[in-house]
Design a protein around this ligand. Sequence first.
Ligand SMILES: *[C@@H]1O[C@H](CO)[C@@H](O)[C@H](O)[C@H]1NC(C)=O
Ligand SMILES: *[C@@H]1O[C@H](CO)[C@@H](O)[C@H](O)[C@H]1NC(C)=O
Ligand SMILES: *[C@@H]1O[C@H](CO)[C@@H](O)[C@H](O)[C@H]1NC(C)=O
Length: 516
Amino acid sequence: MNAFLAFLAAVPILNIECARILGVIPVASYSHQVPFQPLWKELSLREHQVTLMTTNPVKNTSLTNLTEIDLSFTYEIYDKYNFTGIISDDSKSFMEMFKTIKVMLEEAGDYQFQHPQVQNLIHNKEVTFDLVIVEAQLPGMMTFSWRFNCPMIGITSLDSGMQYHLAMGNPVHPILNPDYNLPMEDPEDMSFKDRVVSLLYYLGYSFVMYHRTYPEVQKKQRKIFGNDVPHPSTLHDNMAMLFINTHPIFHSIRPLNPNTIPIGGGIHLKDPEPLPKDIQRYLDTASEGAIFFSLGTNVNERMVENIMPRVLEALGEVPYKVLLRTDKKLKNVPENVLVKKWVPQQDILRHPNLKGFITQGGLQSLQEAVYNGVPLIGIPFLGDQVANVNRMVKKGYGIKLNKKDITKESLKEAVMELMTNPAYREKAEELRDIYRDEEVPSLQRAIWWTEYVIRHKGARHLRNPVVDMPHWKYFMLDVFVFVLALLSLLVFMCFRIIKTICKLFSVRPDHKLKTQ
Ligand SMILES: *[C@@H]1O[C@H](CO)[C@@H](O)[C@H](O)[C@H]1NC(C)=O
Ligand SMILES: *[C@@H]1O[C@H](CO)[C@@H](O)[C@H](O)[C@H]1NC(C)=O
Ligand SMILES: *[C@@H]1O[C@H](CO)[C@@H](O)[C@H](O)[C@H]1NC(C)=O
């Protein structure tokens, strides 16, 4: 009877109805926004009331439980600072890049917090939430969890920065898990130079983050939210859970605590839809195989201006049809190349005649290609693209070309190698079978764990005690000192005993000597 009552009492808790969820994805980048769009949609269809701060609102009126706060003006601020140009410009020093991005993010943040609807979230005491889901990128945004005094889930469209892994108690080892932005030649077997770089990066990043950036962020947040806002590290150390967009095919293996949920199985992958008629016809007739060329949305036209003429020359000389996506008006387009401004990339990669994909190596493009068993040529430009493409080469499902080395000959050679050597496709198909073999689809997993955090009010039982542990305790310094002291005492005592015994035995010989 008691058990039955307990069961009844548990039902309303387990059946969380209509939780109020705030999503905050402030980074103006299509690839930061698109992986989570299915999550917001699905949560709202499960009758949760979702409010979302986003730079890419989907504005689907049939999703009545999804309220979007449109921050799309953030793109204009990024453009003003030439964001994508700066981070891919090899002539700029790291510090120069870092400073510009810092100023840019500050300006963007100022405008985002000043947005009337965001101001309402901050100041209207009647607004409450049961959960906030915040992109684990800009620490200031985590203040919303403090404002609403509710559990927080961090979410990333790539692997996560080291501070968030540390906040979950996951190991951050500069040799086993170098930062995802470092352009390592082979992240699984790093050279001595890369290992030195990785360690220095780790130390520098930690110092700048915790001792330079965070105090400034806190100051700013106190102006916006009030004078009690805690240090950003306190906020992220209290995160209930972290969702990371990683998968063993695309990232290094890392041991994860149960509060860190990988959702890298292609959470953004859509169900197939019919292709536009002209593209369908174009690919259907490409029985000798077709190639898709697209450098994604972050690589802007200014960056590819000087390579495009050579790319077109090379593609004009290969015996395959090429579908090329670009926003730019191109001159001298060869006959076998079809240029489009916008294309449904996932459906194109699904087409059976599509045999190769030339990409910048963004994570989502790689996920889509592997999901469809399509081998690639990677031309990395920025961010994690270099590491992604290096890993792709190591796994054997693609070829890397440096953007500096692109000539008509090198690209043509790479295309011919990709299309005529079956090894790349075989490898891509092998990985496709691994990638599709998921215990639970990533979207379902994300939903389940989101509701789990709501049901269990932050799921504190999954928290790793290491997060609150001082370094001396973690590295057992006190224990070592104690054991060393004990050992020293032991050695000292043994020494004394031996000395005493020696004395006892040496007394007699001494004696004898003297008496003889
Ligand atoms: C929105 O949520 C309400 C319950 O809060 C539910 O009745 C309704 O069906 C939901 N609408 C959609 C489109 O999911
Ligand atoms: C809006 O969402 C509904 C419900 O999932 C979906 O059926 C519809 O296709 C969406 N509309 C657009 C324009 O995406
Ligand atoms: C951005 O790039 C444009 C064109 O290359 C240049 O005129 C402008 O000064 C740049 N702006 C900044 C802030 O670097």
